[in-house]
Design a protein. Structure first.
Length: 406
């Protein structure tokens, strides 16, 4: 088999040590290095001495990041590869053999490089992903808070549409401070919830004891701390994305894509679309399209693969939100598929559409123009007309179409 790369180093990465196999026209050797910074600097010096040009490593958890960050630059051509894309021979599994196998695959051009964004984008990814984890933790804490209320026979969740509102926070704070009168608590309601004060009085007639008050106090404190941290992250992300305000505004013209979703979407796929030749390539990288599964002339059922889970979560959330936006193309697509295939499949299809739209908006530097909720009905009508016209023409008729005016 033809050798594509001649000066290659392959690194099998672990938590405490890495095994490096180097193969060049003049050198073939294997060495082990620790994972401390001094050890990695020694590794870099050895690679330079050997004349290595390409360095390949597995994307093992987060352990690849120290090596990648240290070797990143113009000196080495770094390749990060997914372990799912290659397998060693069964029954032969050691770190040394893994590094040799990885090196041979790399030399013959049999590996597929994973996309590693620039350092600035990687840092933004860490920020938005950490923010998302805090938002999810806040949702879990609200669920725990509701369980405490239910245990005390306080049915706030049955009256208020959500426990995250200002009115509910005021009532819970008053309860923690010792207020037990349902009427007094109901008077703290704000906005539309004031119209439900009679229902609130009944819902607040519970059995709140010292134990429940202690738990509520801790949970409210945790929620306040999470709110503060999320706000700080919002400000930091906004500041770092200030140079990309135009791109964010374009993405926010897509139904279902708000400010936070547009930030996550831009950070996950990047603002430079030159690495994706087409929208189909982007969808394939995101694993939001069925895989190729063709055997013996039969196309088998294809499933979406395992891609960027943060991007997938963001896009499916946007898809569900778009499904609730009335009189839009994306809502029509969602409803059309949900009735036949279910909401989950519909969400994936709409997520694919949103990603495709985002690609074209970023490439063409334009804003989204909706096709309208009646797009599919009009297309169906046109398809029926064309099919019937072709059948008549095959029978020898000349057809002139004139639409009747109602």
């Amino acid at each position: 088999m033809e050798v594509v790369y001649r000066c290659v180093a392959a690194i099998d990465i672990g938590k405490r040590q890495s095994v490096v196999h180097v193969k060049t026209p003049t050198v073939e050797a294997t060495r082990s290095f620790g994972m401390m910074t001094a050890d990695l600097l020694e590794l870099a010096d050895w690679l330079r001495e050997c004349g290595v040009q390409q360095v390949v490593m597995e994307s093992t958890g987060v352990y690849w990041k120290p090596i990648y960050n240290l070797l990143e630059g113009d000196e080495f051509d770094l390749w990060l590869v997914n372990a799912r894309d290659f397998r060693s021979v069964p029954g032969r599994k050691t770190d040394v053999q893994d590094s040799e196998w990885l090196c041979n695959l790399m030399r013959h051009g049999l590996l597929r490089r994973s996309f590693v964004p620039p350092k600035g984008q990687r840092e933004l990814r860490e920020l938005v992903r950490y923010r998302r984890s805090l938002i999810e933790e806040r949702a879990r804490e609200f669920n725990r808070l509701e369980k405490v209320l239910e245990g005390a026979n306080v049915k706030l969740g049955a009256v208020a549409s959500k426990l995250t509102g200002k009115s509910v926070r005021l009532m819970l704070t008053a309860m923690v401070n010792g207020e037990a009168d349902p009427k007094t608590l109901a008077e703290l309601a704000k906005g539309r919830l004031r119209n439900k004060r009679d229902e609130l009085v009944q819902a607040l007639q519970g059995l709140m004891g010292a134990h429940q008050r202690f738990l509520l106090k801790e949970q409210l404190g945790h929620l306040a701390d999470l709110d503060t941290r999320i706000l700080r992250l919002d400000l930091e992300v906004e500041e770092r994305l200030r140079p990309f305000v135009d791109e964010l505004e374009r993405l926010q013209t897509i139904p279902g894509v708000g400010a936070r979703v547009s930030q996550e979407l831009l950070v996950e796929i990047g603002w430079d679309m030159s690495r994706f030749p087409s929208a189909q390539h982007l969808a394939s990288w995101a694993k939001l399209c069925p895989g190729n599964n063709l055997s013996a002339g039969k196309r088998k059922h294809g499933r979406t693969g395992h891609g960027n889970r943060y991007l997938r979560t963001t896009l499916t959330e946007a898809a569900h939100a778009a499904g609730r936006k009335k009189n839009t193309y994306l809502q029509a697509q969602y409803q059309r598929l949900a009735s036949r295939r279910g909401q989950k499949r519909a969400a994936i299809a709409v997520a694919h559409s949103i990603l495709t739209i985002a690609y074209h908006l970023l490439v063409q530097k334009t804003k989204y123009q909706d096709l309208g909720a009646n797009y599919f009905d009009e297309r169906k009508e046109q398809t029926v007309v064309q099919r019937l016209q072709r059948r008549l023409e095959k029978l020898g008729y000349q057809v002139d179409l004139t639409k009747q005016v109602a």
